[in-house]
Ligand binder design. Structure first.
Ligand SMILES: Cc1cc2nc3c(=O)[nH]c(=O)nc-3n(C[C@H](O)[C@H](O)[C@H](O)COP(=O)(O)OP(=O)(O)OC[C@H]3O[C@@H](n4cnc5c(N)ncnc54)[C@H](O)[C@@H]3O)c2cc1C
Length: 595
């Protein structure tokens, strides 16, 4: 049976030591945020996720969601756990107090969401998607719609979903066929079939609020003809009472590789009553509010599964004995050494840990910039924050989920054959992590978004500002002897990134196939450099902390890990540069039907 302990100390390190969320300069943005309050919230989340939600992960995976007589049920124990989650007020943590939320920063909510996803990713999605739907309604809907629907979504009495995908269209949403026709009273009738809808139906909430992308009459073809609609499973009167069923039905639930704890549904809308959110024809733009939230959330899933897989692999490696260490026996008196003494196993664990801690810091940084972009009064600060979030969202979604999946496999490998059988739960982490690379826009689409939209944004100024920050860090720390190898390796990796970027700028338009073929590698190259920068910053913070507390193992290990990342991972940047700048001739030379 796998175990999970929320990484509370590291979360607090990111929030207070690295991001300095309680710094005076953020005073008007992060109001009432002090270490004591945040520690209490983080500790309670750790208890709920570790003691209540994580134990349901493996049992729920085996049982799965069931579909019978048109109704979906979640695995045993989910209803109780969801009630405990709601009773603790966790659902509204970062929501607007006007609608019953607690108004705490997104930064805090996002960091805690890692715990829920590590504990039980499928369970976390029932309220994770609700939060995304809340964000789209909160930002785009009329006051009337907000007042009517948001309070019950904030409390999670009603949960939310996101309905884009149809049988013939996933990535290319311009092909959507679901129709919306306007009624005399201003509502719409929605007709069509959506597939793969996460949390599409279940028994955890009394109503489900579907956000549906559909085409209205007399609108252009393609994405410009799409509008966003709020379509409840059960209609609600003006006093907030549930009334009649709304012709929304479940066709089936999918049999999947993993994610058995979440119901993935075919949803049929048969003239269901729906309400327009925002302006007609701006559906995709409005849905993107939900999708951008969701992309950060999916990135967190990659980190979360990497973390829980790491914890279990480390525990196993500290216990399992096989062979003796190549450099001499370590566990005297035992027939064999614990496998953590073998340098390959130790390096595997350190690689996963290096990813987890940098990814956690990146998630915190992006969430904090999101808060700044919403709440700061300083226009320049808002603009810079938005630019950085936009630039790095494909990295968060694409790199964190690609590497997160890889790490679950590496952690599984540490168990040998015991990782392949069900008992230890490692194969479930692998199966669950896989979907995060696919939904919310596949990782190839994230990579294409990065090179085709994010890099050219504002004539390249956004990416230049990012590179400039890294350059300034290198310059400021080049004489810092304690982390010299980190700064030197980051410098070389940043040069590789710059070289690859120049290649794309020079050749991208002339040879679009070369750019498309290089996109995935470029995303990972930028991920490596971003992580290197974060490790550099974390090492500097740890170094400062060690001045007053020289024997603190937490900070000492941060410096060890930064050096490890610099030696073993930043060097990959050069290889990516070589691959990217090799162009696409070898790909183009091969006729497509010979592949
Ligand atoms: C478990 C699960 C849960 C899901 N939850 C939801 C949900 O809640 N709501 C929802 O609406 N959808 C959901 N989805 C759908 C998911 O978002 C889509 O499967 C995904 O976006 C990809 O679409 P597709 O499967 O149609 O693949 P396709 O779009 O057919 O893509 C096939 C392949 O082609 C590549 N490709 C496509 N277009 C291009 C291009 N222009 N250039 C280069 N490569 C390209 C893709 O990267 C992919 O590798 C879910 C799916 C699953 C399996």
């Amino acid at each position: 049976m796998p175990t999970y302990r929320a990484p509370v100390e590291d979360t607090l390190f990111v929030l207070f030591d690295l991001l300095k969320i309680d710094d005076e300069k953020h005073g008007d943005i992060f109001i009432d945020i002090d270490r004591e309050t945040v520690s209490a919230i983080v500790d309670e989340s750790a208890k709920l996720t570790g003691q209540v939600i994580a134990p349901l992960n493996i049992t729920g995976d085996k049982q799965g969601c069931q579909f019978k007589d048109g109704k979906v049920t979640t695995p045993d124990g989910f209803i109780d756990a969801f009630e405990q989650f709601k009773a603790g007020g966790w659902s509204g943590l970062i929501c607007d107090p006007k609608y019953g939320g607690q108004g705490l920063p997104t930064t805090l909510g996002t960091m805690i969401s890692e715990y829920y996803n590590s504990a039980n990713m499928g369970f976390a999605m029932y309220f994770g998607l609700t939060l995304g739907a809340y964000a789209a309604i909160h930002t785009c809907a009329s006051d009337h719609l907000k007042a009517k629907w948001l309070p019950k979504m904030v409390s999670c009495d009603w949960t939310g979903t996101m309905n884009l995908t149809e049988p013939h269209c996933g990535t290319d949403l311009g092909l959507i066929r679901t129709k919306a026709s306007e009624n005399a009273d201003g509502s719409y009738n929605i007709t069509g079939t959506k597939i793969f809808i996460s949390s599409g139906d279940h028994d955890l909430a009394e109503n489900i609020i579907h956000l549906v992308l559909a085409k209205t009459d007399n609108m252009p073809d393609g994405v410009k003809g799409l509008s966003l609609f709020l379509v409840p499973k059960i209609l609600v009167d003006d006093d907030g009472n549930l009334t009649d069923a709304n012709h929304v039905s479940v066709g089936s639930i999918e049999e999947k590789m993993g994610l058995h704890n979440n119901s993935t549904c075919v949803m049929n809308f048969d003239g269901s009553e729906g309400y327009l959110i925002g302006e007609k024809g701006r559906g995709l733009k409005n849905m993107f509010i939900m999708m951008n939230e969701a992309r950060l959330g999916v990135g967190v899933q990659g980190l979360a599964l990497s973390e829980v897989a790491f914890q279990n692999a480390r525990d196993y490696a500290l216990d399992r004995r096989q062979g003796n260490c190549a450099s001499g026996k370590k566990d005297e008196g035992d027939a064999a050494d614990r496998i953590i003494h073998h340098a390959n196993i130790k390096a595997s664990l350190m690689s996963i840990r290096a990813f987890n801690e940098a990814a956690r810091a990146l998630v915190g940084e992006i969430a904090m910039l999101t808060d700044i972009s919403h709440l700061s009064q300083d226009k320049a600060e808002v603009e810079a924050a938005k630019d950085r979030v936009n630039l790095l969202t494909p990295i968060v979604k694409g790199v964190l989920t690609d590497k997160g999946f890889d790490n679950t496999v590496i952690a599984q490998q540490i168990f040998g054959g015991h990782g392949y059988i069900q008992e230890h739960g490692m194969e479930q982490f692998v199966r669950d992590a896989r979907i995060a690379m696919i939904y919310e826009g596949t990782n190839d689409i994230q990579a294409l978004d990065l090179i085709s939209r994010k890099l050219p944004a504002k004539h390249g100024q956004t990416v230049m500002a990012y590179l400039q920050d890294i350059g300034e860090f290198i310059q400021k720390n080049q004489d810092n002897e304690a982390i010299k190898n980190v700064v030197t390796a980051l410098h070389k990796a940043a040069e590789a990134l710059q070289g690859a970027l120049e290649y794309l700028m020079q050749h991208g338009q002339k040879d679009p196939d070369a750019a498309v073929a290089a996109a995935h590698d470029f995303m990972h190259l930028m991920g490596i450099v971003t992580f290197g920068h974060i490790w550099g910053k974390m090492a500097v913070v740890a170094q400062q902390k060690l001045v007053d507390d020289p024997n603190n193992q937490f900070y000492q290990s941060k410096i060890h890990m930064a050096k490890f990342y610099a030696t073993k991972h930043l060097c990959d940047a050069k290889g990516y540069q070589v691959k990217i700048t090799s162009g696409a001739d070898a790909i183009k030379a091969m006729p497509f039907d010979w592949v």
